[in-house]
Design a binder for this molecule. Structure first.
Ligand SMILES: [Cu+2]
Length: 70
């Protein structure tokens, strides 16, 4: 089932951060869409819950230094 979620990641500063984050998330599989806004620091995700969880996505971003706020 496809779900949408938004994460706020304060460490998102520039387009380089944005592409790092997108690449990391897409590498997980199950994420069909990701948009990153470096102004608002918001990441919008569309993902398939049967393939990946929001926790897994958050974890993988933590690992590369992009912590998502609650
Ligand atoms: Cu950056």
């Amino acid at each position: 089932m496809t779900t949408e979620a938004t994460l706020k990641i304060p460490a998102l500063h520039c387009s380089s951060c944005a592409s790092t984050v997108s690449r990391r998330v897409k590498a997980l599989g199950g994420v069909s869409e990701i948009t990153v806004d470096t102004e608002s620091k918001l990441v919008n995700l569309t993902y398939d819950e049967s393939e990946v969880t929001l926790d897994r996505i958050r974890e993988s971003l933590d690992e590369i230094g992009y912590f998502a706020e609650d």
